[in-house]
Design a protein around this ligand. Structure first.
Ligand SMILES: [Zn+2]
Length: 331
């Protein structure tokens, strides 16, 4: 008999309960047991918090573990399920994609029971945990290759009501940036799948480079503000301090706002996230490494805008995204 994905414990038990989400074995690897924390305080909002979708974004799993420490004292009603690590093989390998099948977990939802390991993880989460929640906080970060300010993000949603609810929830984190991020066609994302079921899905982002204590404190404060806004935790919301400022703004970035590399080479960032740039201002420089006589290429802002995210200094291919520019969200 083929094993089906299952939970090793009863999510309906009152109070704190913990166990595992079992992702069955397949041709490519053994069964995985993903630790799950569940805090059931009866009636109220139902929230699922996930981290570690991408294995080189470890802020999410760390903040998820911190929440597990203090939520039992703080949560006053409702249900919070926390899955700190969605993709253990990717986290162990410090790799964005799953090393076993090379797939990006955030591109295979709702997954397949008979698929490869990444698809089986998505299938187990889609079938057993997502139906238990009305709201999802999926904790990502910029990883080693992008610099992002502390941010909550969503993609544009066709359903205007759900879009308004989602932006309001994202803004409740009070992080320096709430970003409505238009992607070109990217099927299989966790948020798109959850939003298709009418759920409010917030993707938290923070980057990049190495995981630092200051970044973690801001991230945790943002998630706590989100819990307060949902009514799961009582207390004051607080604007986290970023670059000695307490402020937040809501921007949108369109698919056409991606600044792309004109050639392959080392990208040198020349501005920082949340900088305001005017048309023609220098965003970064591309250094081609094959030849010393090849001139470095300036990348300039096409219009007045705000830098939402910028690539860390690293080698990029031609036509690869190196910056996301944005402007205040039109409502
Ligand atoms: Zn990610």
């Amino acid at each position: 008999m083929t094993e089906t994905p299952h939970l090793t414990f009863d999510l309906e038990a009152p109070g704190v309960s913990t166990g595992h989400l079992v992702v069955p074995k397949g041709a490519d690897c053994w069964a995985l047991s993903l630790p799950v924390f569940n805090l059931n305080k009866g009636e109220g909002p139902r929230l699922l918090i996930t981290g570690g979708c991408h294995g080189n974004e470890l802020e999410g799993p760390i903040v998820a573990r911190r929440l597990i420490e203090w939520l039992p004292e703080a949560q006053t009603c409702g249900r919070v399920i926390i899955l700190p690590v969605l993709n253990p093989p990717a986290v162990q390998a410090w790799s964005r994609n799953t090393p076993i099948d090379g797939l990006n977990l955030n591109r295979v939802f709702p997954g397949r029971a008979d698929g490869s390991v990444t698809e089986r993880i998505a299938d187990a989460v889609s079938r057993l945990l997502l139906p238990m929640a009305d709201t999802v906080f999926d904790l990502h970060s910029g990883g080693p290759s992008w610099d992002l300010p502390p941010a909550t993000t969503t993609h544009p949603i066709d359903d205007a009501d759900l879009m308004a609810k989602t932006v309001k929830m994202a803004e409740a984190f009070k992080l320096p940036l709430t970003l409505v991020w238009e992607h070109s066609d990217t099927p299989g994302m966790f948020d798109t799948f959850a939003q298709g079921q009418g759920k409010v899905f917030i993707c938290a982002e923070f980057g990049g480079g190495m995981v630092g204590s200051e970044a973690l404190a801001i991230y945790e404060a943002g998630v706590r503000n989100g819990l307060v806004a949902l009514g799961l935790v009582q207390g004051e919301t607080d604007y986290p301090t970023f670059r000695r400022k307490k402020s937040s703004q809501t921007l949108e970035t369109l698919a056409s706002d991606k600044l792309k590399s004109p050639a392959r080479g080392i990208f040198e960032p020349r501005c920082s996230v949340l900088d305001e740039v005017k048309q023609g201002d220098l965003i970064g420089i591309l250094h081609q490494i094959e030849s010393l006589s090849a001139r470095s290429i300036d990348l300039r802002a096409p219009t007045t805008s705000i830098v939402c995210a910028i690539r860390s200094g690293l080698h990029v291919e031609g036509d690869e995204e190196v910056a996301l520019l944005g402007r205040p969200l039109k409502r």
